[in-house]
Design a protein around this ligand. Structure first.
Ligand code: NOJ
Ligand code: CA
Length: 565
C-alpha cells in the first residue's frame, strides 16, 4: 500500500476520534435504531447519589467517582435531576440560572470533567430542563416583577385580579392554593402552576422561546446528549384565563378538585416540542418527556405526527399498574406498542414511591424486585432506571411532620407526606450513612442499608443487584432483546407474564411468575416459528427451570431462555 494511503487513513481516524460523542454516533443500526434505543438510562437525584466533600449533599464529583460502577452495571446514559443554581425550594426544580452549576454540586469545570470521564466509561449525560417555570430568584423574574414596563415583564404571566383580593381566575397550584400570587410592587398577579417561588414562563413570548432554545444549544456544545423535559404538560395556558370546571371533592392539599382543561396539555405545547426537537437533532440528542398522559392517544401525540417531537415520552400509564397483574401489564404493553413510537419504561422516580414498596408484598420484596427488573429491562423499548432500584432500595418515609423536607409534605401532612422517602441517599456499603457521606446526609438512610447496598450485594450471586447486572448484560449482547419484536404468550394466564422477543429467526422467551405460589407453564411456540422448540436457560432464579417447553417457576420466579429449534 502506498504511504499516502496510510497517511489519509490515519488522518481520517484521528478526525473520527476527535468528533464529539454525539456526532460519532449519528448512524443507525440495521434496524434503523438510534443510540438511545439501545441505551439503558438511569436517573440520578444529585443531592442523594454520592457526596465527595462530606457536606451531607451529593455532588457532581461524587457522580464522576461512580462512573465505573455505572458502566459495570450496564448503564449508558444518566439523567441528572436539576443541578443548576437554585434556591432549592423544590430541590433544584426552581432554577435561577440555566447555564451554570449550583455551587453545592460543584462548578462548570466539574461538569466538564464529569462529561469526559463519562465518555471514557461509555456513559452519556442527560440534563433536566425545567421548561415550564424558573425560580423567583432568576434574573428574568427579578426584572419582570420590578415594573410593568420592565424588559422581561412579558416573560412571565401577569394579570390583574378579578377584584380586590381576588385572583384572576380559579386555577389551582398543584402544590396547594391558588395558582396566582399578588406582587405588591406592580399590584398584579403572576401565575405559578407549582410553588409561588416557581413562576411560569410565558412561552407565547418569542423571546422566551429563543432564550430557552439557545440554552439547549449551549449545553449540547458542552457535551450533553439530551434533556429530560420537566412538566411539559403545563407550558401553555388559555390566554382568556377561562375558569376550570370544578369537580366534586377536595385534593390532598385541601383544594377543590378541578378539571384542568384550560391550563394543561394545550395544543401549543406541540409547536414548542417540535422546535426543541429540531435543535436536538442537530446534535443527535434525545428528548425525554415527563409526560403524564391519561390515554394512549395523548402519548401518541407526544411522539409527534412525523416522529418530530419527543423521541422518548415516558409511559407513566405503565406505572399506574401498581400490582403484579399479568393481564393489566399485557394490556398496557399492547397499548404502548400500538402508539407507533419507541416505548419508554419507568417503574420508579423521584416523585413516586419506590417500586420496591409499590410492588412488594412485605414478605417477598427482594424476589419481587428481581422479577420487576427482569421484566421491564427485557421489554421492547428503552428503560429508565432510578438510582438504587438495582439494590432493592426502599422508601424511607418521614414519620413526623417536623422531619419533612419536601414542602408539599409539610403543607399536605398527613394526607400528603411528600417525596422525601424515595429520595434518600444511595446505599454504597455498610459504613455509617451507607457510605454516602461522612456527615449526616440531608435525608436519613433506612436501616435496611445494612443488607441492601452495593458492597454487600456485589458479593451475593442471588442479590437484586446481581439479577439487574445479569439482565442488563444480556440485554446489551442479545440481538433478540436489542432489536426483536415483542409477542405476548399464554395470554389467558393470570399468574405468569410471558413473552417472546424475536429477531431474524432467533428468540428469547421470558417467563415471570407474578404469584406467590409455584407455577408450571407449557409453551406452544409452533405459531411463532418454532415447531419443535426447546429452551436453553440464560437467566433463572434458583428454583426455576425448564424441560422441553415446560417451565417450572418458584413463587415470583424468573426464567429467561434462548428458544432453540
Ligand atoms: C416534575 C418534577 O419531577 C418534580 O419533582 C417537580 O416538583 C415538578 N416537576 C415541578 O418542577
Ligand atoms: Ca457534597
Amino acid at each position: 500500500m502506498p504511504k499516502r494511503f496510510f497517511q489519509i487513513l490515519s488522518t481520517l481516524l484521528v478526525l473520527a476520534c476527535s468528533l464529539p460523542l454525539a456526532a460519532q454516533s449519528k448512524s443507525v443500526d440495521a434496524e434503523g435504531h438510534k443510540w438511545w434505543q439501545h441505551a439503558v438510562f438511569y436517573e440520578i437525584y444529585p443531592r442523594s447519589f454520592a457526596d465527595s466533600n462530606n457536606d451531607g449533599i451529593g455532588d457532581l464529583k461524587g457522580i464522576t467517582s461512580k462512573m465505573a460502577y455505572l458502566h459495570d452495571l450496564g448503564v449508558n446514559a444518566i439523567w441528572i435531576s436539576p443541578c443548576f443554581p437554585s434556591p432549592q425550594v423544590d430541590f433544584g426544580y426552581d432554577v435561577s440560572d440555566y447555564e451554570n452549576i449550583d455551587p453545592m454540586y460543584g462548578t462548570l469545570a466539574d461538569f466538564d470533567r464529569m462529561v469526559d470521564v463519562g465518555k471514557k466509561h461509555g456513559v452519556r449525560i442527560i440534563l433536566d430542563f425545567v421548561v415550564n417555570h424558573t425560580s423567583d430568584q432568576h434574573r428574568w423574574f427579578i426584572d419582570s416583577k420590578s415594573s410593568r414596563t420592565a424588559p422581561h415583564r412579558d416573560w412571565f404571566v401577569w394579570r390583574d385580579g378579578k377584584g380586590p383580593g381576588q385572583p384572576p381566575n380559579n386555577w389551582i397550584s398543584t402544590f396547594g392554593g391558588s395558582a396566582w400570587k399578588l406582587d405588591p410592587t406592580t399590584n398584579q398577579y403572576y401565575y405559578h402552576y407549582f410553588y409561588a417561588e416557581q413562576p411560569d414562563l410565558n412561552w407565547r413570548n418569542p423571546a422566551v422561546e429563543k432564550a430557552m432554545l439557545d440554552t439547549t444549544r449551549w449545553w449540547y456544545k458542552r457535551g450533553v446528549s439530551g434533556f429530560r423535559l420537566d412538566a411539559v404538560d403545563t407550558l401553555f395556558e388559555d390566554p382568556n384565563l377561562t375558569d376550570n370546571p370544578v369537580l366534586p371533592g377536595i385534593n390532598k392539599q385541601g383544594d377543590p378538585n378541578t378539571d384542568e382543561i384550560h391550563n394543561k396539555k394545550l395544543p401549543e405545547v406541540h409547536n414548542v416540542l417540535k422546535k426543541l426537537r429540531t435543535v436536538a437533532d442537530e446534535s443527535d440528542a434525545v428528548l425525554i418527556g415527563e409526560t403524564w398522559t391519561s390515554n394512549i392517544d395523548e402519548l401518541k401525540e407526544y411522539y409527534g405526527s412525523h416522529d418530530n417531537e419527543l423521541q422518548m415520552p415516558m409511559d407513566f400509564m405503565f406505572t399506574t399498574v401498581d400490582k403484579l397483574s399479568p393481564p393489566e401489564f399485557r394490556r398496557q404493553i399492547a397499548q404502548v406498542d400500538s402508539a407507533g413510537g419507541w416505548p419508554v419504561f419507568v417503574i420508579s422516580n423521584h416523585d413516586k414511591v419506590r417500586s420496591y414498596n409499590r410492588y412488594g408484598d412485605g414478605k417477598n420484596n427482594d424476589a419481587i424486585a428481581k422479577l420487576m427488573g427482569a421484566f421491564y429491562l427485557t421489554l421492547r423499548g428503552t428503560p429508565i432506571m432510578y438510582y438504587g432500584e438495582e439494590l432493592g432500595m426502599e422508601n424511607n418515609d418521614p414519620k413526623r411532620k417536623e422531619d419533612v423536607k419536601d414542602p408539599i409534605g409539610r403543607t399536605g401532612w398527613p394526607n400528603e407526606i411528600g417525596r422525601d422517602g424515595e429520595r434518600t441517599p444511595m446505599q454504597w456499603n455498610t459504613d455509617t450513612n451507607a457510605g454516602f457521606s461522612k456527615k449526616d446526609p440531608w435525608l436519613p438512610v433506612p436501616p435496611s442499608y445494612k443488607t441492601h447496598n452495593v458492597a454487600t450485594e456485589s458479593k451475593d450471586p442471588n442479590s437484586v443487584l446481581n439479577m439487574y447486572k445479569k439482565v442488563l448484560a444480556l440485554r446489551h449482547t442479545n440481538e433478540a432483546l436489542l432489536e426483536g419484536s415483542y409477542t405476548a404468550l399464554n395470554e389467558g394466564d393470570a399468574n405468569v407474564m410471558s413473552y417472546l422477543r424475536s429477531y431474524k429467526g432467533r428468540a428469547v422467551l421470558v417467563a415471570l411468575n407474578m404469584s406467590s405460589s409455584p407455577q408450571k407453564v407449557t409453551f406452544n411456540l409452533a405459531d411463532n416459528g418454532f415447531a419443535s422448540a426447546s429452551l436453553k436457560g440464560l437467566i433463572a432464579t434458583p428454583q426455576s427451570s425448564a424441560k422441553g417447553t415446560e417451565v417450572m417457576l418458584e413463587p415470583f420466579g424468573v426464567y429467561i431462555a434462548e428458544v432453540t429449534k
